[in-house]
Design a protein around this ligand. Structure first.
Ligand code: SF4
Length: 86
C-alpha cells in the first residue's frame, strides 16, 4: 500500500515532499523536463515504502495513505501509478 498525492497538489507542486522522501520515489522533480507540464507530483506505488515522511511537509496537505484518501479523490491512486507506467 503506497501513499498517494491528490488534488491539492495541482497548481502547487511544492516539492518539499521530494526532498523528504528517503527512497526518491516522488516525481517529476523540478529539474525534470516533465516538471512544467505535470499537473501534479506523483508517488511511485512500487517504490514507496509507506514511511509517511512526505505527509507533514506538504504545505497543502495533498498526500494521503491509501486508506485515508478521501473518496472524492479516489481516481488519484491510478493517476499516481500511471505516471510510472504501473
Ligand atoms: Fe516517499 Fe515515504 Fe512518502 Fe512513500 S511515504 S512517497 S517512501 S516519503
Amino acid at each position: 500500500m503506497a501513499y498517494v498525492i491528490a488534488e491539492p497538489c495541482i497548481g502547487t507542486k511544492d516539492s518539499a515532499c521530494v526532498d523528504a522522501c528517503p527512497v526518491d520515489c516522488i516525481h517529476p522533480k523540478k529539474d525534470d523536463p516533465r516538471f512544467e507540464a505535470a499537473e501534479l507530483l506523483y508517488i511511485d506505488p512500487v517504490e514507496c515504502i509507506d514511511c509517511g515522511a512526505c505527509v507533514p511537509v506538504c504545505p497543502v496537505s495533498a498526500i494521503f495513505a491509501l486508506d485515508d484518501l478521501p473518496e472524492k479523490w479516489a481516481d488519484f491512486t491510478q493517476k499516481n501509478a500511471a505516471f510510472f507506467g504501473r
